[in-house]
Design a protein around this ligand. Sequence first.
Ligand code: CO
Length: 208
Amino acid sequence: MDISRIFENNRQWVSEKLSVNEQYFENLSKGQSPEVLYIGCSDSRVTAEDMMGAQPGDVFVHRNIANMVSNLDLSAMSVLEYAVKFLKVKHVVVCGHYYCGGVKAAMESNDLGVLNPWLRNIRDVFRMHRDELVAIEDEEKKYKRLVELNVQEQCINVLKAAVVQLAVRKRDLSVHGWVFDIRSGKLIDLDIDFDQALEGIREIYRLE
Ligand code: CO
């Protein structure tokens, strides 16, 4: 992308929006009430809003390497708290994607400096699901399955948050695990059974 074109593109975008609705930006400036919090990967090929057909104001977005929801990540936890408690979103989505560089890097034993502690979270996902993953002989299938299991574990991290537990019980908040398939452009709902995924750990994570 030619960086010198960005401002020209922006001018075009503004005039397109205004040609449809003169009040477009005036209305946007009044506030937001998105129904969806989307947590996805920073990957430049995964265009959060584009692939969902979302318009400005529809989706609150948090992106980082490999769509992680680390309990100690103040940024992710703040986004979650703000979206659930104040914006009162109805859905929290964790969306991974096949061919994720972060997940790939975590499957290899390279020293990546400051990325090590970040990727270690994905290595922990591998360890938790080691039996299933090592049984998959095809490397690509294994890699894709780790992407899916990582989404599942990050959804569980979302569900561990007190603010989420409260909103799931007291109102209509739901959590979803999705994967974006770069090769087909399709969004896949993993239909994660959270009752099953949380079985056995509820007694320690459930906050009264
Ligand atoms: Co990625």
